[in-house]
Ligand binder design. Structure first.
Ligand SMILES: [Zn+2]
Length: 357
């Protein structure tokens, strides 16, 4: 019943950019032909009266800058990004809940309801991959509790990259252990709401947003809370999603009021799903997450058909912001959401067998 809203513009939205690209490529091919291929007039050919030699002088061809780069194709300007994580959100739970506000993001953006998290399907490993674009084997966050003696998340993250670009980074979370993601010097403001009330978390997030930001990470906990308490897909669990839908609406409205919605990219996803009263396994109920991207440059109403990983969150944000994606990231920008195909964009194409897919 809820699936109708992401099918209607599925192909019309992507057709136009591809037509434009095809036209550009055709023009490029024709221009190349004009240089050296027989049958085309020479460009400003000097008048030569001598007999052409059978072995023409080699043409000096400008060296191509063939070094692969991962600089992004120009996109509509993305000034800032908001990553919204609904802890423990199963996509089938999302689609069964009452979600008028998240539906606006789905209808107005690109989405996958078969995205995958990483193993173990827990809060810290999943969120570490979400913000670092790397597999658990790369970032090493295999524990799921706050262990202050353990090193925080190392390597580049959406936060460290944004900081390097001179932008303000903010985390507002409902679980203290997420401080593990905020390596010192990478997050300007880390706000933990100890009572885990998402309606309060969103107010804190808007307070922080009012100070401006490059990256705003907001973590809501109700689906996970009711999943553990009453069971995943229970009535209480679905009601928790209803509440978070309203909270997401409050966040979007608040950003708009602050004048910070335009030119903003929003990714809404989750760290893991769940089954019975738990999660952490490789069951598809634990591993499958929703992944919704909305905002500047994103096609409207697109159902993503490419495999999407939780790691793609960081890669998509970094790419859309115009920053180079670290070459060792397993996550890849979901350029399809912007009407592009992977082969059209000079970014690494992830191994289809990468972790979590
Ligand atoms: Zn949990």
């Amino acid at each position: 019943m809820k699936t109708h809203f992401f099918t209607w513009r599925r192909f019309t939205a992507i057709d136009q950019p591809l037509h434009i690209l095809a036209a550009v490529l055709s023009v490029s091919v024709l221009c190349a032909c004009n240089v050296n291929v027989p049958g085309f007039p020479a460009i400003i050919a000097p008048t030569v009266t001598t007999t052409p030699t059978s072995s023409p002088t080699p043409t000096v061809i400008p060296a191509e800058t063939a070094t692969p780069t991962i600089s992004p194709t120009p996109l509509p300007k993305v000034e800032r990004a908001v990553i919204i994580s609904l802890d423990g959100l199963r996509p089938d739970g999302l689609l069964r809940a009452n979600i008028p506000r998240i539906s606006v993001l789905i209808n107005g953006g690109a989405s996958s309801f078969t995205a995958r998290t990483v193993l173990p399907s827990g809060t810290l490993p999943g969120h570490a991959s979400m913000v670092s674009g790397r597999c658990v084997s790369q970032h090493g966050i295999i524990w799921n509790d706050l262990v202050p003696s353990n090193e925080p998340l190392q390597g580049p993250t959406v936060f460290s990259i944004a900081k390097d670009a001179g932008l303000r980074t903010v985390m507002v979370v409902g679980k203290e252990k997420l401080i593990t993601l905020a390596r010192p010097g990478t997050v300007d403001s880390f706000r933990y709401e100890p009572d885990s009330v998402d309606e309060r978390i969103v107010q804190t997030a808007l307070d922080e947003a009012a100070n401006g930001f490059g990256i705003l990470f907001v973590h809501f906990i109700l689906p996970d809370y009711f999943g553990h308490l009453n069971g995943w897909m229970s009535a209480e669990y679905l009601h928790g999603i209803d509440r978070d839908d309203a909270v997401v609406g409050t966040l979007v409205d608040g950003l708009e009021t602050l004048g910070l919605l335009e030119d903003t990219l929003i990714v809404l996803t989750s760290d893991h799903g769940g089954h019975d009263f738990t999660h952490g396994t490789n069951l598809k109920e634990d591993m499958t997450i929703p992944w919704i991207v909305y905002g500047a440059g994103v096609l409207e109403g697109l159902a993503l058909e490419v495999p999407v990983s939780i790691m793609d969150t960081a890669a998509t944000v970094v790419w859309a912001m115009g920053w180079p994606v670290p070459a060792d990231w397993a996550g890849r920008p979901v350029v399809e959401a912007f009407g592009l195909r992977a082969e059209q964009v000079p970014v690494p194409t992830a191994d289809p067998y990468r972790c979590g897919i």
